[in-house]
Ligand binder design. Structure first.
Ligand SMILES: O=C(O)CCC(=O)C(=O)O
Ligand SMILES: [Fe+2]
Length: 282
């Protein structure tokens, strides 16, 4: 235990943390790092050409959605905003995998299956049709941007709102822009993924708090890097101190999930929090 605390400090004090390379199978070291901290960072998961092609495809789908006036995908609202040049953009896509083959193919990448071992559930799978499917976030700081930061939260809270037992899940991020803590970006509170229900519910005020925490780690990523975080870990996206082009940050997430199969389709309605009471059902 003491050892864990000491190494946690070492990893947080100067904001550094080790990077790994994902092979066909997770190594003992990778499994241990993830178990201790609840997140992990793999370098160069896809090459620069793939990054460029994915960005191009996201823009194609964006323009198509804007043209057809689409507001939702499978009941999940699309977030629109304004870019530095005044152009309307999509700032949060859901189920993007259903709109471009390159993303559909990415979800089939065999190496992603190696990540299943982080949750160890026999029914682990990539959420192609569940949750929000493949999510693509586009943050940019402009006068009319609607999306430049995201308050403290865990991704597992959603399970509680939907009246489900919290099932093991991972959020796997593929990064498209270079980003370091000085430019905002993902902040993680290491080790908060396995501290029980009180931590999960009350460590921060969900989505309302944006305040830096002295124990948070800011990720430093380059295009093509892959990060994985446990669904129960506390994290936020810090606003870039810059405006305009320099603040641009694009990242996509795919959920690796387990438990009851709960697909969404075009008939799905936006979900509200009406089933909150069943939180205590086990
Ligand atoms: O943009 C990110 O890196 C994180 C986004 C996030 O936490 C979320 O959408 O739940
Ligand atoms: Fe999140």
């Amino acid at each position: 235990m003491q050892e864990t605390v000491a190494s946690e400090k070492r990893h947080t004090v100067n904001g550094t943390y080790p990077r790994f390379t994902l092979g066909d199978q997770l190594t003992e070291e990778q499994l241990q790092f993830f178990e201790t901290y609840g997140f992990i960072h793999f370098k160069n998961f896809v090459d620069r050409e793939t990054v460029a092609e994915m960005l191009k495809e996201s823009q194609r789908v964006q323009d198509q959605w804007i043209k057809e006036g689409r507001k939702m995908v499978n009941g999940v609202p699309i977030k629109f905003g304004t870019d530095v040049d005044g152009k309307t953009i999509v700032q949060r896509f859901a189920f993007l995998n259903h709109f471009a083959p390159i993303f559909e193919t990415f979800l089939k990448e065999p190496k992603l299956k190696a990540l299943f071992e982080f949750i160890g559930a026999p029914d682990s799978r990539i959420g192609e049709n569940e949750k929000d499917g493949l999510v693509f976030n586009h943050y940019v700081n402009t006068a009319n941007s609607n999306f430049s930061q995201l308050g403290w939260h865990t991704d597992a809270l959603r399970d509680i709102f939907y009246g489900n037992k919290i099932m093991p899940m991972l959020n796997v991020g593929l990064h498209f822009d270079a980003s370091s803590p000085e430019n905002g970006g993902l902040r993680i509170l290491p080790g908060t993924h396995n501290k029980g229900i009180a931590t999960l519910l009350f460590r921060k005020v969900y989505y309302l708090s944006n305040k830096a925490d002295k124990k948070e780690i800011g990720l430093t990523v380059e295009p093509g890097d892959l990060t994985v975080h446990d669904g129960r870990i506390w994290h936020r996206v810090a606003q870039s101190p810059f405006v305009g082009e320099k603040s641009r940050r694009r990242v996509m997430y795919i959920p690796i999930i387990s438990g009851k199969y709960q697909p969404r389709d075009e008939n799905s309605k936006p979900l509200f929090y009406q089933r909150f009471q069943s939180l205590t059902d086990k």
